[in-house]
Unconditional design. Structure first.
Length: 475
């Protein structure tokens, strides 16, 4: 567990910088210089790339990371890297062929920009996981900061001067992927570690069949998290997709903490494989993880009411209205992701896949039923249709999390404290009502009450930390 907290601190400071740059600087710039329709178009491109690349490349970077932890010697680690890169190259050639054919058949707009964007995404994913697997956590963290700074510079120059806003946004995102890859290559020397002679046919088969369910799992993840963008663009138009995209930026505040935690937790969970007491450790981390993230959501609701007009230029009221239930959906997604990390560490990717597919199925059905139904009942859209999207997310993540918790309880003895939800949900609903009212003084009272409630939820962890500090002081 000491390794976990050490890794957590390293990832936090690095990712905090990257996420804060994106939220504090890029969000105001995008809403100032781009329309909601332009933001919606780029968001849709990003949505499609983040599913096509993991599927066609079978998310081999996850397999590289997992198998790097199975070996201690540099020689064996380089066998994993070489084998993984060969799989990645073969898959990327398949993507290139499919992209060229699709471009000619469907006349894809911004094709050359999208291709380099996809290439950058694939390279960044691969190099990042290799750096982490070799223990270059600081390099990985700094690479993210470099990407954020490079993206900020390009946002300031291109968006302010160019009339081609969509192309400019794609270039900014592409540079934020390619820049870190160059930095990581200079530090980690991935190409020097690669050799065709080190490719192992046996390891090739093992990694391929390990990663194959993950690629399908990434489809279900995309169906749950990003398919809604396609439906919004199709049913409601690009401007409405831009509204949803801006709302999703605010969930980055939660995902900052969650992503950092999951990066550190994945490595710790992999290392705990075979530990006879790992179920107890899982239970302890799960308990306080839910309380910490849940408390953060409660406090974020009143804070959002204050900072939204400061961060966003233009009229994004529709996106603002859905933020409280969107935060709840994000909270549930963190629980599903945490349980998925445990199952992945146990190499139980088949169960991981089945639970994700159930969740994505719920999401797709809910979306395809509710949005057309709302358009039929309310053709003038007086009711915010994006609430249907957040409802689909809540139901989807709740389904996935429940199935994974049940499976982990049966196979490993991992238990979820459902009593926590009975105390938590009423406080959340009150916060949502206060948020919709927009009354400043009432929002302040709720913030104080939510803070006290959060202290009560976290009392066990706080007492444990104070006890540790006293023991160190006495020693």
């Amino acid at each position: 567990m000491k390794k976990f907290f050490k890794t957590l601190i390293v990832y936090f400071f690095g990712n905090a910088f990257s996420r804060l740059v994106s939220f504090v600087f890029l969000l105001p710039l995008q809403t100032k210089y781009c329309t909601d329709a332009q933001i919606g178009e780029v968001d849709l491109i990003n949505t499609l790339i983040t599913v096509i690349i993991p599927v066609l490349c079978i998310e081999v970077w996850t397999g590289i990371l997992r198998y790097l932890y199975d070996y201690k010697s540099i020689k064996n680690k380089e066998r994993v890297i070489s084998t993984g890169l060969v799989i990645n190259l073969m898959c990327f050639l398949l993507f290139t062929l499919c992209f060229v054919l699709a471009t000619f058949i469907f006349k894809i707009p911004y094709a050359i920009y999208i291709f380099f964007f996809a290439t950058g995404y694939m390279l960044n994913s691969t190099w990042s996981y290799i750096a982490r697997g070799l223990g270059y956590n600081t390099v990985y963290v700094f690479s993210g900061a470099i990407g954020s700074i490079l993206s900020l510079i390009l946002h300031l120059t291109l968006l302010a001067t160019s009339s081609a806003k969509v192309e400019s946004l794609i270039i900014c995102y592409t540079a934020s992927y390619i820049g870190p890859v160059i930095f990581m290559e200079c530090c980690v020397r991935v190409f020097r570690r690669f050799s065709l002679k080190k490719v192992s046919p046996t390891l090739f088969r093992q990694m391929f069949f390990f990663c194959l369910p993950l690629s399908v799992n990434s489809v279900s993840y995309w169906l749950t998290n990003s398919f809604n963008r396609v439906v919004i663009r199709w049913q409601l138009g690009a401007p409405m997709n831009g509204q949803f995209a801006i709302a999703s930026k605010f969930t980055m505040i939660i995902m900052l903490i969650v992503t950092v935690f999951n990066l550190a937790w994945a490595e710790t969970a992999y290392a705990m494989n075979g530990d006879k007491e790992r179920a107890q450790k899982y239970n302890m981390v799960l308990k306080y993880y839910n309380r910490f993230i849940g408390s953060g959501v409660l406090l974020l609701i009143p804070v959002t009411l204050l900072i939204f007009p400061l961060m966003v230029h233009g009229d994004y009221t529709i996106g603002k209205q859905i933020l409280p239930p969107y935060y709840l959906a994000t909270f549930l997604s963190t629980l599903a992701s945490f349980m998925g990390g445990i199952l992945q560490a146990e190499k139980n990717t088949k169960v991981l896949f089945s639970s994700a597919m159930w969740g994505s199925g719920v999401s797709v059905v809910t979306l395809l039923v509710l949005i057309p139904l709302l358009k039929w009942i309310d053709p003038n859209m007086t009711f915010n249709p994006l609430f249907a999207v957040t409802l689909s997310l809540i139901l989807s993540f709740a389904t996935t999390a429940f199935l994974r918790v049940r499976i982990a309880r049966r196979s490993m003895g991992v238990r979820f404290d459902y009593r926590f939800l009975f105390a938590y949900l009423p406080v959340f609903v009150i916060g949502w009502v206060v948020f919709q009212s927009g009354i400043g003084w009432l929002n302040l009272i709720y913030f104080i009450a939510a803070g006290l409630f959060a202290l009560w939820l976290m009392r066990g962890m706080i007492l444990m930390i104070l006890k540790k500090l006293r023991q160190r002081k006495d020693a």
